[in-house]
Design a binder for this molecule. Sequence first.
Ligand SMILES: N[C@@H](CCC(=O)NCCCC(=O)O)C(=O)O
Length: 251
Amino acid sequence: MPKPIIAVPADVRELDGTLWHAAQHQYLNAALVAADCMSVIIPAFESGNDADALLDRVDGLLVSGSASNVHPSLYGETSDEGRDGPFDPGRDATSLELIRRALARGIPVLAICRGIQELNVALGGTLAREIQEQEGKWDHRKPDTQSRDDAFAIRQEVVIAEGSCIARYLGAGRVAVNSLHRQAIGAVAPGLAVEAVADDGTVEAVSVIGAKGFAVGVQWHPEYWAETDQPSRKLFEAFGEAARAYAEGRT
Ligand SMILES: N[C@@H](CCC(=O)NCCCC(=O)O)C(=O)O
């Protein structure tokens, strides 16, 4: 059986005076070495993508983190470009549609950081912005360092709910994770169940209620340490197993 293929929606970035549709190495590498899947990067066009044509050909959807923020108009709120940006309208348009269509088709979904936020917005939830400014909330932002390893260091605990989907892979209770975000789930979408929270109440993981297959979002970054950290690896292994089962069902 060939390896399953997973779709990774790109970010749109400007480099060398031109636009690139790009995905970070760490996600593609975790998909390869921990999930044992091949990746295809999906161009993040604002319009013109055919989600079903793409999803006909893949066995999973990996929605990555990114420094950009989901545009607040997509969850019914006004925005201030300076405060709420940077935005990536191509990424918003591509990911939200792929998430909705993948879930409808039972294609496994793993959504990370910006990805969990997109999953929540795609299903009708809202985002809380600049959460570190809220009473009682921790500072979940990326640490101020030039070292990627330090920025992605495991430094916070989340509490995984008993009986949750991810407890099957990670166990219930406390798990240590990394944290690099300034937004988080606000109103939880009606179709999502909260799977894990931080001690300050921040939603750290969700699953899709009644999903036909694996459909999980995490606010932390399992991709970064997927080769060395067991909980990180187990999430990618579970996603890979789900993609393999989906691929076998298709053939
Ligand atoms: N923009 C959102 C999402 C944060 C996120 O996905 N961070 C990943 C950062 C990866 C990097 O810096 O390379 C928010 O801040 O909440």
